[in-house]
Ligand binder design. Structure first.
Ligand SMILES: [Zn+2]
Ligand SMILES: [Zn+2]
Length: 129
């Protein structure tokens, strides 16, 4: 049982998502954290199988190479809550398969604090909580 990680996921919750500049959004978290994400990072971090590839029976199927010239690809069209654990983002090119869990969203955070912490080995991401 990975009870410990379950508890941690549940304690993480997005409070507010707002556009800060044309290519960046700010995310306010329940724990008071104020995060920043560029739309490019969010789109590149889209967790759907089509974007990230899939690991099936230990074989990793890579996603097809991204075409950065697709119009609207990095334009955020909408954000829709999924239950109370995730948000679904839809993009200007019509892609809306990505369900970003709070944990995934937080792991993409680009604020100074998180970027600095990420320089450390994986696994210490939530050590401060
Ligand atoms: Zn952050
Ligand atoms: Zn995707």
């Amino acid at each position: 049982m990975k009870l410990d990680s379950l508890v941690r996921v549940n304690s993480l919750k997005l409070k507010k998502l707002q556009r800060s500049t044309s290519d960046q959004i700010s995310l306010i978290w329940e724990d008071g954290h104020e995060g920043i994400n560029t739309l490019k990072t969010l789109r590149d971090g889209c967790p759907c199988a089509g974007c990230q590839g899939e690991t099936v029976l230990l074989h990793h199927y890579a996603a097809p190479a991204k075409n950065p010239s697709v119009p609207g690809m990095y334009e955020l069209r909408g954000a829709e809550p999924v239950g109370n654990y995730a948000i679904k983002l839809s993009w200007g090119d019509g892609h809306d398969m990505g369900i970003y869990t709070w944990e995934h969203l937080r792991s993409l955070c680009e604020c100074g604090e998180c970027s600095g912490r990420r320089a450390k080995p994986v696994g210490e991401t939530n050590a401060h909580q």
